[in-house]
Design a protein around this ligand. Structure first.
Ligand code: C2E
Ligand code: MG
Ligand code: MG
Ligand code: MG
Length: 291
């Protein structure tokens, strides 16, 4: 605390703090307790080729069920958790919970037709954490989950921050059999040479390029170039933030393999996800009693 508050000390600083800073401090205090109080939950959003089509993947997205504020979205606490280091234990929880859930889904229906995997986001600090690779290995082993059932999403910016170090970590994860996805692609500055060397399986086009796709010819050209690049590198291309059937048609025609967005399905709690996207053979009762 002392460091965040400066030399003036808590009381003086707090009375002179503006409302926003006080709010952040309260949030940080709550955030530190949230994990032990079990307040985080994961919602799942599908990746599909078309609405109603088979599941190609799902992304786990964290939410904070705050006792008084309601469901707090990641944009409101991940940056704070990242600045204060709290993201590391939170991220370990997310990984553990997503793998636990996925292992349960796989065992509840061994005939689970397709090969979809569960995607977990890694922030910059988590990705730079020296314990990451062993943490991933341990988590998979603990839940008996096949590595190919896990996709780790890192943003292009994170991957580029220390390109040589990132490459080494990604190679280790890849060697383990985990899938790597490059998230928010197009917003960073990857060189094509670097991208070529990354052991990635998936490229996710940032939703900033999808939003005005049908009306903005530059966005359309960029998306088309990213798809061409991804195809050359034999990556799976996923478009983020697909909200309209016009965008869907456009992206499919351009050659995107999978789409993610409100049109196909919003992030939803596990029970609703099972009901909507998992084979009917997996009843909620069986899913619940497997715990
Ligand atoms: P992201 O990984 O790029 O995740 C996609 C975000 O876009 C999610 O926001 C999702 O709800 C939202 N989204 C999906 N479809 C649409 C759409 O059609 N329209 C619009 N406008 N938005 C859509 P969310 O859940 O608020 O997460 C925001 C960001 O927070 C994520 O961006 C990711 O960077 C981060 N995040 C989420 N969960 C975690 C986590 O467990 N760990 C870490 N380190 N970061 C996380
Ligand atoms: Mg993501
Ligand atoms: Mg993204
Ligand atoms: Mg994003």
């Amino acid at each position: 605390h002392a460091k965040a508050l400066g030399r003036n000390g808590y009381c003086f600083f707090e009375t002179s703090m503006n409302a926003d800073a006080r709010e952040q401090l309260q949030l940080l205090h709550d955030l530190r307790l949230a994990l032990s109080r079990g307040e985080f939950v994961l919602h799942y959003q599908p990746k599909l080729a078309a609405p109603g089509g088979p599941l190609l993947g799902a992304e786990a997205l964290v939410r904070w069920a705050h006792p008084t504020r309601g469901l707090v979205m990641p944009d409101q606490f991940i940056p704070l958790a990242e600045r204060t280091g709290t993201i590391v234990p939170i991220g370990e929880w997310v990984l553990d919970e997503a793998c636990r859930q996925m292992a349960q889904w796989c065992s509840a229906d061994p005939a689970l037709a397709s090969d979809w995997s569960i995607a977990v986001n890694l922030s910059t600090l988590q990705f730079g954490n020296p314990g990451l690779v062993e943490c991933v290995r341990g988590t998979l082993a603990r839940h008996g989950l096949e590595p190919r059932r896990l996709t780790l999403e890192i943003t292009e910016t994170t991957a580029m921050r220390d390109a040589a170090a990132s490459l080494a970590i990604l190679q280790e994860l890849h060697a383990m059999g985990v899938r790597i996805a490059i998230d928010d692609f197009g917003t960073g500055y990857s060189s094509l040479l670097y991208l070529k060397r990354l052991p990635a399986a998936e490229l996710k086009i940032d939703r900033g390029f999808v939003r005005d796709l049908e009306h903005d010819s530059e966005d359309a050209a960029i998306v088309s170039a990213i798809v061409a690049l991804g195809q050359t590198l034999k990556l799976n291309i996923v478009a983020e933030g697909v909200e309209t059937s016009e965008q869907q048609a456009f992206l499919t025609q351009l050659g995107c393999d999978a789409l993610q967005g409100y049109l196909l399905g919003r992030p939803m709690p596990p029970a609703q996800f099972v009901e909507t996207f998992l084979p009917t053979g997996m009843s909620l009762d069986r899913a619940a009693s497997a715990e």
